[in-house]
Design a protein around this ligand. Structure first.
Ligand SMILES: Nc1ncnc2c1ncn2[C@@H]1O[C@H](COP(=O)(O)OP(=O)(O)O)[C@@H](O)[C@H]1O
Ligand SMILES: [Mg+2]
Length: 309
């Protein structure tokens, strides 16, 4: 099956010369959840804005659902729901009208049952007669989501959906994403909260300085790049790592009660057996040991740091 979103050599250079997106070839499969991770200024919003027709590409092509985003803009855009990073709403419009208007804008017939369902899922039903400017920031963000879902999009872009939102909204959003995935909706989410990608994405892309540094299945990425940590709890605290253990990558906790040993899951051997022997040779008695897989967050920080170095 052809990808639902395809870009070929897509770039953006803004008028002031900022190269916000370097030539990008990207295929997004129907039904997948792709998280694009990147620090501020990486080019995430620029990419999404081009795919949604809000920013014009400098070169290259892109298609959504097989429709060229320039020559077949309306067909492409009709398939897309966008929850923008910035809140942009008509202040005096009522919630219900805002959502109905957006659906109409995409040429879809009236479907009040669908709109009611969307508003209920987002805990906005009771607010449907409120004017947008009477709502809190979190509620406004919910309205943006409702608008994006009003016309049954096949592809949903969420641009930093949970930046600065409360716990309830984050939970509702994650539930909503799970529902949409069940319906086969493709979801592209940008975030710099890596835990979010870790929790819900199938694939993860890392973007920095306008360049896609990596694009990989989330599980594979975590296995490939994940370092593991062995935490060794000591029976008695020590003041320093004994000299006889200087050959190991060990970190002593501030209270001197535990040591952390980092090892590579891809490496030849972990070195753990030898380490445990050397610990007892140094007279350190163990209370307990645990292992921990490094999170996507740590992988991401390492990647972006490595690139800047
Ligand atoms: N309208 C614009 N004019 C000039 N530069 C812009 C404009 N919008 C974004 N940029 C620049 O493009 C780069 C990418 O920005 P953006 O796509 O917003 O990144 P992100 O969403 O990842 O934070 C940044 O250097 C930003 O300052
Ligand atoms: Mg952005």
């Amino acid at each position: 099956m052809p990808a639902i979103v395809e870009t070929r050599g897509l770039t953006k250079v803004y008028g002031d010369g900022t190269e916000a997106l370097k030539p990008l070839d990207l295929d997004i499969e129907e039904g997948e959840i792709l998280a694009l991770l990147g620090p501020n200024g990486a080019g995430k919003t620029t990419l999404i804005s081009m795919l949604c027709g809000l920013v014009s590409p400098s070169s290259g092509q892109a298609r959504v659902g097989g429709h060229d985003i320039i020559t077949r803009y309306r067909d492409a855009r009709a398939l897309i729901g966008l929850v923008p990073q910035e809140i942009a709403l008509e202040p005096f419009q009522k919630v219900w009208d805002a959502v109905r208007f957006t659906r109409g804008l995409f040429g879809q017939g009236r479907d009040d049952a669908h709109l009611e369902d969307v508003l209920r899922k987002l805990s906005l039903w009771d607010k449907r007669r409120s004017k947008v400017n009477e709502l809190s920031g979190g509620m406004k963000r919910r309205v943006l989501i409702a608008k994006a879902l009003s016309h049954n999009p096949r592809v949903l872009f969420l641009d930093e959906p949970t930046a600065g939102v409360d716990v309830d909204l984050r939970r509702d959003m994650w539930n909503m994403v799970a529902d949409l995935r069940r319906d086969g909706v493709t979801i592209i989410l940008t975030t710099h909260y890596i835990e979010e990608a870790e929790a819900i994405a199938d694939r993860v892309g890392v973007i920095n300085h306008g360049e896609l540094l990596l694009l990989e299945d989330k599980q594979a990425l975590m296995t490939r790049l994940g370092r593991k940590t062995l935490r060794i709890e000591l029976r008695r605290p020590v003041e320093a790592v004994p000299g006889g253990l200087s050959g190991y990558d060990l970190e002593l906790a501030e209270d001197g009660r535990s040591l952390s040993y980092h090892y590579d899951t891809q490496g030849e051997g972990t070195g753990i057996t030898a380490l445990l022997q050397d610990l007892s040779r140094e007279g350190l008695a163990l209370r307990d040991i645990h292992t921990r897989q490094s999170s996507l967050e740590e992988i991401f920080v390492d990647l972006v740091k490595g690139e800047d170095a």
